[in-house]
Design a protein around this ligand. Structure first.
Ligand SMILES: NC(=O)c1ccc[n+]([C@@H]2O[C@H](COP(=O)([O-])OP(=O)(O)OC[C@H]3O[C@@H](n4cnc5c(N)ncnc54)[C@H](OP(=O)(O)O)[C@@H]3O)[C@@H](O)[C@H]2O)c1
Length: 282
């Protein structure tokens, strides 16, 4: 795509940023929709975040995605922060307003729930949910499931205090469960979401027997490298519905793209295949 002088420009800020899939993902949509625009990776070291964010309006950029380690710092630096991003405690999408102010959003909860809805028959009223983990992704998962109307969430984490802190912060029907009791926590659950890094390439597998999980429950692993983790393979083998994490990555990108480039976009099999090819070449 050859850019005109009026091209809209957005990008991703991170440190490091070279591993980010976002330029490929947004590049796919830009090309598919024939948009006069570009999405570029920007390596911003710690200590220069505020300077980088403040430069966006002056450079005429439409906004940025924000990845590690800048998500919390960006929340503090934005002029306006969406209430969802405040509840999650992190900003992953910045939109430059017409008046030059920076508005911060978090689209991880949206990505998580959209993917779950697109790829399973799960309904919030099906029953209790179990979230494994209590880090940033678990926070987004909690907010997403509570807002979807889940009536009870069990948060299971290796560091129990972190699970208790998350349950307290959510002011909803959330309870902390010790890691040693993770298998009992599956009893009667309608949904299990792994938000730990266990099972990801280069990390130990998630050690979790599924015997007490109802067969009608959905098992969702937000890890996407590999696409089918040991957790998902085990769940599929015993007859549970499974959802992988790739779609979360794809859906979370939609609101930013739509705000910056003014075109609604979809997540379909073509996009999944494109990103999968990209991941397998990495
Ligand atoms: N699909 C997507 O779009 C998407 C989006 C965001 C994140 N993710 C994935 O989600 C995962 C977590 O991300 P995050 O940002 O939430 O990370 P994080 O804030 O660092 O949290 C990591 C979580 O994993 C747990 N954990 C790590 N090692 C463990 C072990 N050996 N045994 C038991 N628990 C362990 C941690 O428990 P402690 O509290 O005890 O340390 C914590 O709950 C990553 O794999 C990331 O790639 C995917």
């Amino acid at each position: 795509m050859i850019l005109s002088g009026k091209a809209r420009v957005a990008g991703v800020i991170g440190w490091p940023v070279a591993h980010s899939r976002s330029p490929r993902l947004h590049g796919y949509w830009l090309e598919r929709h024939g948009i006069d625009g570009a999405y570029i990776p920007m390596a911003v070291p710690p200590g220069r975040l505020e300077q980088a964010l403040r430069a966006l309006p002056a450079l005429g950029l439409r906004g940025v995605n924000v990845t590690l380690p800048h998500k919390e710092g960006t929340l503090a630096a934005c002029d306006n922060v969406d209430s969802l991003a405040r509840r999650i405690g992190a900003v992953n999408t910045v939109v430059v307003c017409d008046n030059g102010e920076l508005s911060g959003f978090n689209t991880d909860a949206f990505g998580l729930i959209e993917n779950l809805r697109q790829r399973s028959a799960w309904r919030a009223t099906d029953g209790p949910a179990v979230i494994l983990g209590a880090g940033g992704a678990a926070r987004a998962a909690c907010v997403a499931l509570l807002d979807a109307g889940v009536g009870s969430i069990r948060i299971v984490n290796r560091t129990r205090q972190r699970a208790a802190d998350l349950a307290d912060a959510m002011s909803g029907p959330c309870a902390a469960v010790a890691w040693a009791e993770r298998e009992e926590a599956l009893e009667g659950a309608a949904l299990v979401v792994n938000t730990t890094s266990l099972g990801m390439a280069g990390q130990p597998p998630l050690d979790l027997r599924l015997d007490s999980l109802p067969l009608k429950a959905t098992v969702y692993d937000i890890v996407y490298v590999p696409l089918e983790t040991r957790l998902l393979a085990g769940a599929r083998a015993r007859g549970n519905a499974v959802v992988d994490g790739l779609g979360m990555l794809l859906h979370q990108a939609r609101p930013g793209f739509e705000a910056w480039f003014g075109t609604p976009v979809e997540v379909d099999e073509g996009l999944r295949d494109f990103l999968l090819q990209d991941l397998s070449n990495a």
